[in-house]
Design a protein around this ligand. Sequence first.
Ligand SMILES: [Zn+2]
Ligand SMILES: [Zn+2]
Ligand SMILES: [Zn+2]
Ligand SMILES: [Zn+2]
Length: 211
Amino acid sequence: LDAIAGKKATYEQVMNEFYKPFQAALEKVHSNKHSIKQDLIEDSGEVCEKCGRPMVIRWGRNGRFLACSGFPECKNTRPLDQEKNEPEATDEKCELCGAPMVIKTGRYGKFLACSNYPKCKNTKPLSTGIHCPKEGCDGFIVERRTKRGRIFYGCSNYPKCDFVSWDKPVNQACPECGNNYMVEKYSKKKGKFLRCPVCKFELVEEVESTA
Ligand SMILES: [Zn+2]
Ligand SMILES: [Zn+2]
Ligand SMILES: [Zn+2]
Ligand SMILES: [Zn+2]
């Protein structure tokens, strides 16, 4: 009996040694397939309105689309590109035709465009809601970009008003010299802080230390 058991063991051993490399190769193929599949699925940051699970970006016959990560239990899908380019509504009215203005995203960032497009081609830079600090000017600060794509801040009354700033202005008076606006700055050490462009006074927001 011992002899048979011993024989059996060696037989199994032989079989194992024979199959092991195949199995390893097979597992490799499986894991490769898995990682390829993973690469095709991107996180979209959006949530499925049917089941609340995250939506992922998948590739289909007609390009990219949003699909619920709960598939196959949830078969919710949405087209991707229309969703992303959908203009945001605003309270502003087009001064040319009276139609509401909408926020669109273009090559140089967000901007205001007339919802009557293509009939009306009126566009405006997006207002930041900050009043132009220049005395006697009723304009708003708007975000603009240089030809090289660098963001700067100008007045919506340009060229009547020549206010420009590299840093985002805020409607907060300088506590040191009384200048009627300060600009937003950022440093790794201090985080976000305000600086007066006239006297260089820095106002660092109080951050509660966790230590
Ligand atoms: Zn779902
Ligand atoms: Zn218009
Ligand atoms: Zn101005
Ligand atoms: Zn100041």
